[in-house]
Design a protein around this ligand. Structure first.
Ligand code: NAP
Length: 356
């Protein structure tokens, strides 16, 4: 059985830090285990590569006869319908992490290819990052640090755009595992209000635990928030959700944090809103294309006071703690698959019967 894993290169860091499991070098810690299973499953082969683009890439070469493909959202191998049609043996795609939008799920349904992810594996990691991003923006941290590195010291230049989180209205688009945990972590900050926008209302006791109020209309929701955090998946209903029109409904000078998926926000509309000051800050770790091109506007965009940019590479959900969890979860999904056992229902994105 051929198992193909598309991971990112860790180079020297991965050699020195074996807990960097999500790398080509450390192979999710499952290569030896897979090889040992090879005695039972004749022909098991594990190809691991970060060479994922184009027809001559390892990804496309090995995909042709792979039965299992493992990908991560951090260095996504984009599994398009066209590629799935070439992958005649493909039975199961495993996302080592959370978020399988790099896989054409409708094509997976049509081809009866299972899609699984390690649900919950990095939700705390991301929620902590969101809280950090909110504080980084609201307190104007990045320009303050850059000033120190430059050797300057002009407190007023920083303080004129620095605020307390206390007394602000914070809202999450999506109150699932991550969105809920973000608001839960913000309770001690004494914000003025916690809001959420989601399809379903939370049970009253869960709402009360995070002091949250649901707003059913998205324009009304954003118009009330000082801080908006995006914690919904990328799908047909969220792609480009935060566009020029919706940004114009935000409170002037609001902060926006997106660690969900880059394509939920319109790239140019966000850059324009930050440049004009309609947004005071934008932070997150997800991009519409990954790795982001060197000239991506989100790398360098700034608010009118020269700050407000908290962008990083996609790493919030791949802390060493998270890597241990999603590597273990990937192994467990593979074990279930090899043994013909039912998968954990929460991990199933497309089931073996082609159901979503
Ligand atoms: P989750 O538990 O499934 O929560 C997502 C919530 O968003 C669900 O309540 C969902 O409702 C809701 N939702 C879906 N579409 C919506 C819409 N159009 N408007 C408002 N709410 C909507 O997922 P999670 O574990 O919190 O993860 C959320 C997303 O974070 C993932 O899909 C992934 O893209 C991203 N993520 C990023 C990283 C990172 O490293 N940056 C790591 C992990 C996850 P339903 O359940 O009713 O659909």
């Amino acid at each position: 059985m051929k198992v193909l894993a598309i991971l990112y290169n860790g180079f020297n860091a991965a050699v020195k830090e074996p807990r960097l499991l999500g790398t080509v070098e450390n192979k999710l810690g499952i290569d030896k285990w897979l090889a040992s299973r090879g005695h039972e499953f004749i022909g098991t082969f594990c190809a691991v590569s970060s060479d994922k683009e184009g027809p001559n890439s390892d990804f496309e070469k090995h995909l042709v006869d792979a039965e299992v493909v493992i990908t991560t959202p951090f260095h996504p191998g984009y599994l398009t319908r066209e590629l799935m049609e070439k992958a005649k043996n493909l039975k199961i795609c495993i996302t080592a992490g959370v978020g399988s939008d790099h896989i054409d799920l409708n094509a997976a349904v049509d081809h009866k290819i299972q899609v699984l992810e390690v649900t919950g594996s990095n939700v705390v990691s991301v929620a902590e990052h969101v809280v950090m991003n909110i504080l980084t923006l609201v307190r104007n941290f990045v320009p303050a640090h850059e000033m120190i590195e430059r050797g300057d010291w002009q407190v007023s230049d920083i303080a004129r755009n620095a605020f307390d989180l206390e007394g602000k209205v914070v809202g999450t688009i999506g109150a699932g595992r991550i969105g809920y945990r973000v608001l839960q972590r913000l309770v001690p900050f004494d914000c003025k209000e916690h809001l959420y926008y989601d399809y379903a209302k939370l049970p009253v006791e869960r709402e009360q635990a995070i002091k949250a109020r649901r707003v059913e209309d998205i324009e009304e929701f954003v118009s009330q928030c000082d801080v908006v955090t995006v914690n919904a998946p990328l799908h047909e209903g969220t792609r480009g959700l935060i566009n020029e029109k919706l940004l114009s409904k935000f409170k002037p000078g609001a902060w926006l944090v997106n660690t969900a998926r880059g394509a939920i926000c319109d790239t140019d509309a966000v850059a324009a809103a930050l440049t004009s000051g309609q947004l005071r800050g934008y932070a997150g770790d997800v991009w519409n294309v990954q790795p982001a091109p060197k000239d991506h506007p989100w790398r360098t965009m700034k608010n009118p006071l020269g700050g407000g940019n908290g962008m990083t590479p996609h790493y919030s959900g791949t802390t060493l703690d998270a890597q241990a969890r999603y590597a273990a979860g990937t192994k467990s999904i593979l074990e279930n698959y090899f043994e013909g056992r039912e998968q954990e229902p929460a991990n199933v994105i497309v089931g073996h019967d082609g159901q979503r």
